[in-house]
Design a protein around this ligand. Sequence first.
Ligand SMILES: *Cc1c(COP(=O)(O)O)cnc(C)c1O
Length: 411
Amino acid sequence: MSATKPVHAAQTLFPATQGSLLVGGVPLERLAQRVGRTPFYAYDRALVTERVRQVRACLPAAIGLHYSIKANPMPALVQHLAGLVDGLDVASGGELKVALDTGKHPADISFAGPGKNEVELAQAVAAGVHVHAESEREIRLLARIGEALGVNPQLVLRVNPDFELKGSGMRMGGGAKQFGIDAEEIPRMLALAAQLGLTVLGFHIFSGSQSLKAEAIAEAQAQTFELALRLADGNRDPVRVLNIGGGFGIPYFPGEARLDLQPIGDALAAALPRVQSALPDARLNIELGRYLVGEAGVYVARVIDRKVSRGQVFLVTDGGLHHHLAASGNFGQVIRKNYPAAIGNRIGQAEMEVVSVVGPLCTPLDLLAEKMALPRAEPGDLVVVFQSGAYGLSASPGGFLSHPDALEVLI
Ligand SMILES: *Cc1c(COP(=O)(O)O)cnc(C)c1O
């Protein structure tokens, strides 16, 4: 069979020499030796740096770039990103600690997420990070904590917008949601904050995730600005922060093309003069998770066994859904599709076969690739799953079946 099968966009980011995939410039087998054991995640530092550069090149300089830590909270990676982006967004007390440890200024760290508990809120107020309140309870609690600590809470209101990002992979705005405060409730919350002696610094309006359509993102951003200007009218104080969300997606599946950033940058540049004249004191930020790190990471597992069952070849690896739930298709996907994958030490090998790559768990859900054409592989070979830099290890049920954790390296 010829080696002319279409190459997924993801693979073009990782070169190969002499049949071996290079991650961070290191041939995969050598990297596996260095890491010491499989499975592992490897994140390519240079790819992350380059991705941030591309985003900055396309967006107006007035738009601050934040990294959403939940996409990948590995401390070394967050530290690397802290030096590249303007701010870090956290969603828990644990992520808050990782963000503060980077030395990033607290005013450039924001804490959003439903159900914040009293301890993490107190930590956030004491540290001086921006707290994005998601409910009336959180606003009241912040006022009490601020009083007890003698510190002014840095309060931003997370808004559940009255629209959503069209065609996004995960709908997180519009309609009834556990995220944010309904836009129509904001005037009442502004009055409540004023009554409690709290200054509202601004608004956080997130309308969706994983969109590959530039026009849909630009449209959501335009609606975000409209909503922000309306809400700002009701605020006693000048708006100092406006987080307009993110939603930039990456291509996971065959046929998906990379998001074109230029139309988004152009639309933002066109919208800015009006927003900046209406909100002259506002720092405008976008928040990106997977777009910054998702394509920079691979998951690597070793083939343990090669079995044929009723004519179908199974490569059984030491990795699976306990490390990489998303690649198994069980992280909220409606229809299971294969993540792009390769045999990392047999790149370009002519002899191919159709195989299913499975993990060691006792469930048919433990699937890394289903009936995929890959170079013919043997035990000892290294299976690579691309697009694994976001929502990988930290988004997987690591305790299931008590296998060892995957390692993580940043190179
Ligand atoms: C998860 C999340 C993000 C990051 O989403 P990505 O799809 O990884 O870019 C951004 N903002 C909020 C509010 C989130 O909850």
